[in-house]
Design a protein around this ligand. Structure first.
Ligand SMILES: Cc1cc2nc3c(=O)[nH]c(=O)nc-3n(C[C@H](O)[C@H](O)[C@H](O)COP(=O)(O)OP(=O)(O)OC[C@H]3O[C@@H](n4cnc5c(N)ncnc54)[C@H](O)[C@@H]3O)c2cc1C
Length: 381
């Protein structure tokens, strides 16, 4: 699907502009708070459409969750209800287009997921059946270890007969994507300011908001909050669960061992085109343990999952804090008045490209996207 067809389809899900009479076109502007993958994708799409953007971050771009993410792009079985799953499916399409535009480093070799106990395998298969009852779903099948071995010769599947193969999935390098988006934002005349911390809203109405930042006062007709786990503090609201930490290990580049995303019983891993292996864990990070303990624990699981895997040679050991909305669904839309917009979610890597597309459409064309109907902040109050 090319970009024009994709945008046409997204347009079909947009409700008509509120003003149908001829308008004097004036150029728009937006301040985006938070330069993670979500803030950058929104700022990137807005800048492409001629909006004068100012993107700020209290630390540096990609320094929070997006830089410590496992970075798997998927629309698979835990994503319920259907509206969320469909949104994630469109997220995959949107990333293919963004990859072409920005030459992003994304490997589309699918994912393989398996469990050791029969009970867990049955649960996985049940989830696949549930997914396949949706009107539209990403291709997902159950394969045995012999077929899986052809895809991943170095992975130890231990004779498993029930491996879930989701062939549309991908894995990306978010820091690389963030840096490429920022280059385009600047080329399009946008400003990227950091360290620049949002401190408080001074004044806000439907037509503009004025905010205080560590670099001074900013005023805009659109202030878009993409500040992940910090969104609750910004508004003194309770939109998010207590953030859940996860350990991510990035290795030094090494020979090719993993082609797809492999999601085994204890850990999951993928290998980027630069040879770095990215490893995450199913458990919530035991944050009381130190870096050495994390490496020791994960190394043991890695060597049991990857046959010719030698000891891990980590280049980074990171703890990422997930922004998880109270009901697990994305929070995207206007909040309080028309000049304040929020975009915060888990699975923000999978959704970044589609979120950038739809939010820019809502802001520039002044439409409401039906695809975002179930994700509005208003559901919380
Ligand atoms: C271990 C782990 C594994 C994950 N795996 C996956 C996965 O495989 N697939 C997937 O889709 N998702 C995954 N996620 C979730 C995903 O990474 C996040 O949903 C996504 O990165 C959120 O992006 P964001 O831009 O909203 O937030 P962030 O990346 O956290 O960016 C928010 C930015 O806002 C800035 N900020 C905060 N407060 C202020 C302020 N007051 N003023 C200015 N700036 C501010 C921060 O500095 C930060 O840079 C994972 C997360 C973790 C932790």
């Amino acid at each position: 699907m090319d970009r024009r067809d994709f945008l046409k389809i997204l347009g079909l899900f947009a409700l008509s502009p509120k003003k149908i009479y001829a308008q004097k076109i004036k150029s728009k502007e937006a301040v985006i708070i938070g330069a993670g993958i979500i803030g950058c994708s929104i700022a990137y799409e807005l800048s492409k459409r001629g909006v004068k953007v100012t993107l700020i971050d209290k630390n540096s771009p990609g320094s929070a969750c997006s830089g410590s993410s496992f970075s798997w792009i998927n629309a698979t079985y835990p994503k319920k209800p259907y509206s969320y799953n469909l949104f994630s499916q469109l997220g995959i399409n949107a990333f293919h287009l963004m990859q072409r535009e920005l030459s992003l480093d994304i490997k589309w070799n699918g994912s393989l997921e398996w469990s050791t106990t029969m009970k867990d395998q049955e649960k996985l298969i049940e989830s696949v059946n549930e997914l396949q009852n949706y009107p539209k779903y990403t291709p997902t099948s159950v394969i045995d270890h012999k077929k899986a071995k052809k895809l991943e010769p170095h992975i130890n599947f231990r004779g498993n007969e029930n491996i879930i193969f989701s062939k549309a999935d991908g894995a990306m390098n978010p820091k690389n994507a963030i840096s490429k988006m920022i280059d385009v934002i600047k080329k399009n005349g946008g400003s990227v300011l950091y360290p620049c911390k949002f401190e408080k809203i001074i004044e806000s109405s439907d037509s503009f908001s004025k905010i205080k930042t560590s670099m001074g006062i900013l005023k805009s007709e659109n202030v878009i909050f993409c500040n992940g786990v910090d969104v609750n503090n910004s508004f003194n609201v309770n939109f998010l669960k207590k953030p859940r930490p996860g350990v991510i290990i990035k290795t030094e580049p090494q020979k090719n061992l993993i082609n797809s995303v492999v999601y085994g019983p204890k850990i999951h891993a993928h290998q980027q085109s630069n040879g770095q292996i990215i490893i995450g864990e199913q458990i919530t990070a035991p944050i009381k343990e130190n870096t050495k303990d994390h490496i020791k624990r994960i190394n043991k699981h890695f060597k049991s999952m990857v046959k010719s895997g030698t000891d891990l040679n980590p280049s980074e050991v990171l703890i990422g804090w997930r922004p998880i909305p109270k009901d697990d669904l994305p929070i995207i839309g206007k909040f309080k008045n028309k000049s304040i917009y929020i975009a915060v979610m888990h699975s923000g890597i999978s959704l970044a490209a589609i979120v950038g597309n739809l939010v820019s459409q809502e802001i520039v064309d002044e439409v409401d996207s039906l695809l975002l109907k179930d994700f509005r902040p208003s559901r919380f109050f």
